[in-house]
Design a binder for this molecule. Structure first.
Ligand SMILES: Nc1nc2c(ncn2[C@@H]2O[C@H](COP(=O)(O)OP(=O)(O)OP(=O)(O)O)[C@@H](O)[C@H]2O)c(=O)[nH]1
Length: 377
């Protein structure tokens, strides 16, 4: 297990997760996908910044060489070499959550060197403006602003402390004061822009999660809907193909529900559907998927279960649903019929539609044989 940083846009939350899990966007959860995308964006930004820093340092090295400033040119080429090695290292090792940290540290070292030495033609201070979009991009607006405030304060100290040790460059007072003002304003503006981008992104995450929830949930019962049930069966089929496992599907249909609706009204029918849904949910395991398959039909997907196990559960559920009748003032008789079929490597049929057709035909045999029963073969 590796400590993973879950990017939330402005902070990096540290949680335990398998290596690079957060970087994968093949998760079905759209919010996880968006987070993985955000982290990938930051890692990508780190790569661009390394290329940019390499180009600037190399170009300054060449200019220093042409001006016969051998020490400055050698230092800049050495820094360019380190940046190049980091870039190659990052690409060879693959994307890592530590990349933004490494790039940030390199940029800081480069900047403070340029600030103190003056760089080429005393332009060292100017490069600080590049740190602003860079750090906000790398660390998000909160930690980016905190880091930039630290950089600004340290730079201010170096510039205004009388005879700061190591400061070889000479910047006039107006230049220093303008720098502090521009750096502060640029940091504030970039942070505000990134914070509104972050808020929009958070809103999109929330809306996406809500939409995903609406698209996969049945409004009346709160169970998974038919679309979600299909997705769950597909997923189960895929997993069982890999693991050569087995699973079972129950299709349950309330008996003579039309008569209940006709006698007691649609609202009462809805209440029964909700209570049956709750009963099915309460009497199955957390791994099982209980879905509303259609009007008064339910589908239950049981992982790692054979048809005998599925039959036993269906019997238990049938009893529980029957027992619901006693809880209403109305003299109503509720019952459910089940068709049970096994999928996976041992199954006779192959494919989702055949499995469902088998469960369905058994359900209809249960109906034809008098209802309120379970058929498994
Ligand atoms: N109250 C309510 N009724 C629904 C809902 N969805 C489907 N129904 C009703 O469920 C009834 C199903 O009737 P049928 O398909 O004839 O089946 P049945 O009366 O249960 O008879 P068997 O299945 O043969 O036992 C219909 O009257 C539908 O209107 C719903 O969301 N709420």
């Amino acid at each position: 297990m590796e400590m993973a940083e879950q990017s939330t846009g402005d902070t990096m939350e540290i949680t335990a997760s398998p290596t690079n899990e957060i970087l994968r966007s093949d998760s079905a959860d759209p919010v996880a996908q968006a987070r993985a995308l955000e982290l990938r964006r930051r890692i990508q930004a780190s790569g661009y910044m390394l290329i940019f820093a390499l180009a600037i340092t190399g170009a300054m090295g060449v200019i220093a060489l042409m001006s016969a400033d051998v020490v400055l040119s050698a230092t800049l080429f050495a820094v360019a070499g380190i940046i190049l090695l980091s870039y190659v290292g990052v690409n060879v090792a693959g994307p890592s959550r530590k990349t933004p940290m490494l790039v940030g540290a390199l940029l800081l070292v480069l900047f403070f060197y340029l600030l103190l030495s003056g760089g080429v033609n005393n332009t060292g201070l100017m490069w600080a403006v590049m740190l602003v979009p860079g750090f906000i991009n790398l660390y998000g607006y909160k930690w980016g602003t905190v880091t930039l405030a630290g950089v600004g304060a340290t730079t201010g100290l170096i510039l205004f402390y009388p005879d700061f040790p190591g400061l070889l460059a000479e910047y006039d007072t107006a230049h220093r004061a303008r720098f502090i003002a521009v750096f502060g304003a640029l940091t504030a503006l970039t942070a505000i822009l990134d914070s509104s981008r972050h808020q929009t992104q958070q809103m999109l995450h929330k809306l996406t999660a809500e939409l995903e929830n609406h698209a996969s949930t049945d409004a009346l019962t709160g169970l998974a809907n038919r679309r979600e049930a299909y997705r769950a069966i597909d997923e189960m089929e895929r997993r069982n193909r890999e693991l050569a496992g087995r699973y079972t599907v129950l299709i349950g249909d309330l008996d003579s529900f039309k008569a209940i609706n006709d006698t007691y009204g649609h609202c009462f029918g809805d209440r029964i559907l909700q209570d049956v849904a709750q009963t099915l949910q309460d009497n199955t395991r957390a791994d099982d998927v209980v879905a509303r398959w259609g009007g008064e039909e339910f589908l239950i997907l049981l992982p790692n279960t054979d048809v005998q196990g599925g039959g036993i559960l269906a019997e238990k559920l049938r009893h529980k649903v029957e027992a619901l009748s006693a809880q209403y003032e109305e003299d109503v008789k509720i019952s459910i019929s089940f068709g049970v079929a096994e999928g996976g490597s041992n199954a006779k049929q192959s494919g989702q539609s055949q499995l469902l057709a088998e469960a369905d035909s058994r359900l209809y045999r249960a109906k034809d044989s008098g209802r309120n029963q379970v058929i498994t073969a």
